[in-house]
Write a protein of this length. Structure first.
Length: 350
């Protein structure tokens, strides 16, 4: 990494502290959720937030957009929502001078930096697929014409885990497009007391923007430049590969409870998320603790559990927890001893 890159790492670490302070003005608690959101965004990944109603999921996403000075768009997913309602459509307009009628593309709400897909499981698969295609390709195709989406581009989708009637659960292949599956839990007693105080008083908090879109695009590039030692990368691979019951050394609890394990995209997101977490915490190298910290949000929606797991109350999070305990973490002597030569490799000239 160059001197300019190291300065950018320092800037991102400072910006993270400022962003969390700004978000705390309107969002009480949920620090781990906010950190996971920012890790995914600085990794150019998309997030699926799951939690019961009333936990400020929408407020949190809107506040993140304000703190990052990004264009925000919200789409409330309903059973009658069509793909064109998201991507946009072509309309016929008449040229007043020539009288000629031409098609003009009218962009949909997906043309924003942060798109909130509220209750994504309430719309039919055709509309879900239109959104997920845009997530993967960063573009939409309407009338045979490709239209690029703005940069940076993030989709933050929400789901209500309680109601299942009248919903269209996302298939595993489409769930795999999301970098993180973030679980939004109930607040603590003290946090809930603070929520009640704030929301029942005449208070108006303003969030001060911290980073611009152009700045974020540059910082996203820095995340991918963070080096990862081979022993740390192998630790991530070991965790992912042991989720597959076909592996010879898969632990017994995986063979008992898991039908399908995680694919290679999980390994990629584990390492990428660990890089972003290291930078947000002011480090220029990745440790096994970074890998373990992002393992649950990366893996919980990529594990298909069987009936035995349901009957015994074993969740994907429990399987991940057991895997972390099962896999021996690598020794961190290279980084702890300050021997950065094995971790930070010289960049090719050019």
């Amino acid at each position: 990494m160059t001197t300019a890159d190291l300065q950018a790492v320092h800037q991102l670490h400072e910006a993270y502290g400022q962003i969390t302070r700004e978000l705390s003005k309107v969002v009480v608690g949920q620090q781990s959720v906010i950190e996971q959101l920012l890790i995914a965004m600085f990794s150019r990944g998309h997030c699926l937030l799951v939690g019961v109603p009333g936990l400020a999921k929408t407020l949190m996403i809107r506040s993140v957009a304000d703190a990052l000075a990004l264009q925000f768009s919200r789409v409330q997913f309903t059973p009658d929502l069509m793909p064109s309602d998201i991507t946009g459509t072509e309309v016929i307009q008449e040229d007043k001078k020539t009288g000629e009628r031409i098609f003009r593309f009218m962009p949909g709400p997906i043309f924003a930096n942060i798109v909130l897909a509220d209750e994504i499981n309430r719309t039919p698969p055709k509309t879900q697929a239109a959104l997920l295609e845009a997530m993967q390709e960063n573009q939409v195709t309407v009338g045979g014409q490709r239209h690029l989406l703005p940069e940076p581009f993030f989709v933050l989708a929400t789901q209500n885990p309680i109601e299942q009637e009248g919903t269209y659960p996302l298939p595993e292949a489409q769930l795999d497009r999301f970098m993180f599956h973030v679980w939004v839990d109930y607040p603590t007693l003290e946090d809930e007391l603070e929520i009640v105080k704030r929301t029942t008083a005449d208070l108006d908090f303003k969030i001060v923007p911290t980073l611009s879109a152009d700045h974020i695009k540059e910082l996203v590039k820095i995340v991918r430049k963070v080096p990862v030692a081979d022993h740390v990368a192998r630790y991530a691979l070991k965790i992912v590969r042991l989720t597959r019951r076909t592996e010879a050394d898969a632990p017994a609890f995986v063979k008992d409870y898991v039908i399908w394990g995680a694919g290679p995209r999980a390994s990629q997101y584990l390492v990428l998320g660990a890089k972003a977490r290291a930078i947000l915490r002011g480090r220029m190298f990745v440790t096994h603790e970074d890998i373990a910290a992002v393992a649950a949000p990366v893996l919980r929606h990529r594990l298909k559990l069987n009936f035995n797991a349901d009957a015994e109350g074993v969740t994907a999070d429990e399987v991940v927890r057991r895997l972390i305990a099962h896999v021996t973490p690598p020794a961190e002597q290279d980084t702890a001893g300050g021997k950065l030569a094995d971790v930070i490799r010289p960049q090719a000239a050019g």
